[in-house]
Write a protein that binds this ligand. Structure first.
Ligand code: SAM
Length: 275
């Protein structure tokens, strides 16, 4: 998969992709990341990328010509012909649809994603209309530029590209993973997890030492009872989701057992948010 990032701060990405899984995926040629300096697509002496907003108001707006030229230089099919093709042009924007693990799964099926980083007050809306397929926000807050968002999208997406993770199952058995329908859990194997997480958060993890500052690793994890470990992990994941992200439970794939556990938990701990 190839990512093209269009930015006025190409230096921002120096080092960002030089670590861990991204670095390995780049070295193995599983992914490519190209950074494009928006100023190379300007035609004036001052390499102007921004201008004052029509209608007045604060700040500056990124001009449409350099951005559209930058996207067109990548020679993707025209926007009108892109429906269903493995390319997508994405505008980073606080006004965008929220980028989630489900979006990352969708993007990981593409061959090419172009990420446009806005700055200042944002990007002339005609860029969105003319060349972008979607607007994505990485969360409900305003960043000073799209670069961090682009790095987040590259990282979360590339780890779902087949081969990027050492153990491909890891992505199914972590927070926001898909349910067992997609990745049947093998009940005889050592539990990598309880189940595909089915849209809830991951369970707590422990490693050596078995005791640290008076806190012991839960006993069940040291025993060899795989079914008990699976059950314990699922319950802790449900507990954590109820405590930290109860909103996820609405759309989660929950079994009858899961629901009974959550109901009992809510009864025992009245301060917990009730599903
Ligand atoms: N005036 C814009 C608004 O209120 O929605 C905010 C512009 S922001 C200061 C500048 C740029 O940062 C945006 O064009 C966008 O590319 C990026 N940005 C800001 N917040 C973002 C977010 N939550 N997700 C993705 N990109 C974001």
């Amino acid at each position: 998969m190839r990512f093209d990032i269009i930015t006025i701060f190409p230096g921002f990405f120096a080092g960002v992709f030089d670590h861990g899984i991204v670095k390995r995926a780049l070295a193995a040629d599983l992914i490519q990341i190209e950074i494009h300096d928006l100023r190379s697509f300007t035609h004036d002496r001052h390499r102007t990328v921004d201008d004052r907003p029509f209608g007045g108001g604060e700040g500056m707006v990124l001009k449409p010509e350099p951005l559209v030229d930058a996207v067109e230089s990548l020679r993707l099919p025209q926007k009108s012909a892109r429906n269903g093709t493995p390319e997508s042009v994405i505008l980073l924007s606080a006004q965008g649809a929220k980028f989630t693990q489900a979006t990352a799964r969708e993007l990981a099926k593409l061959e090419r994603a172009v990420l446009i980083c806005g700055r200042y007050e944002g990007v002339d809306e005609r860029v969105n209309q003319l060349v972008c397929d979607r607007e994505l926000s990485i969360g409900d807050y305003v960043l000073s530029g799209g670069e961090l968002g682009a790095a987040v999208i590259v990282d979360a997406t590339m780890r779902l590209v087949p081969g990027a993770l050492g153990n491909q199952d890891s992505s199914a058995f972590e927070s926001f993973g898909q349910s067992d329908e997609h990745f049947p859990a093998d009940s005889d194997s050592p539990p990598r997890s309880t189940h595909g997480s089915g849209g809830i958060l991951d369970y707590p993890h422990y490693t050596r030492p078995a005791e640290f500052r008076g806190l012991a690793v839960p006993e069940v994890l040291a025993g060899g009872d795989h079914a008990a470990i699976r059950r314990w992990r699922r319950e802790r994941a449900l507990e954590k989701t109820l405590r930290n992200r109860p909103d996820l439970l609405e759309a989660a794939d929950l079994s009858r057992e899961d629901r009974a556990f959550l109901a009992a938990l809510a009864r025992q701990t009245p301060d917990f948010p009730v599903n």
